[in-house]
Design a protein. Structure first.
Length: 101
C-alpha cells in the first residue's frame, strides 16, 4: 500500500509491530537513513528475496528507498512471499522531512 509521508510516519509511530525497511544500497544507507531502519538492498536480486523471506511475516513493514520506485517493487515482492502488511513511502527519502541519521 502506498502512503504519503505524513500517513506513513504517523502510522509507523502508532504501530507497536512496525519495522522500517530501507531497500537502497549500503552506500545510500550510510549517507542518510531513517533512524532504526533495517537495510536490505533490493539490487541484490535473489539475495534480497532470501534475506527478506527470513524476516518475521507477522510484523508490519514500512518500506522506503530514494524516490519510491524500488520500495514499491520491494512491497510487491514481499506480498508475494506472504507478508500481509507492507507500506511504501511515496517520494522516498528524497522527499522525507522526518528524522534522519
Amino acid at each position: 500500500m502506498n502512503l504519503s509521508q505524513k500517513d506513513w510516519w504517523s502510522q509507523f509511530l502508532a504501530d507497536p509491530n512496525g519495522v522500517i525497511l530501507d531497500v537502497r544500497t549500503e552506500e545510500e544507507n550510510a549517507a542518510k537513513k531513517i533512524p532504526g531502519s533495517l537495510n536490505i538492498d533490493i539490487y541484490k536480486g535473489q539475495g534480497f528475496v532470501y534475506l527478506v523471506d527470513e524476516l518475521d511475516k507477522t510484523k508490519n513493514y514500512y518500506v522506503y528507498c530514494l524516490a519510491g520506485g524500488r520500495s514499491a517493487q520491494a512491497c510487491s515482492i514481499m506480498n508475494q512471499l506472504g507478508f500481509e502488511n507492507t507500506y511504501n513511502l511515496i517520494g522516498g527519502i528524497s522527499e522525507w522531512e522526518g528524522p534522519t541519521e
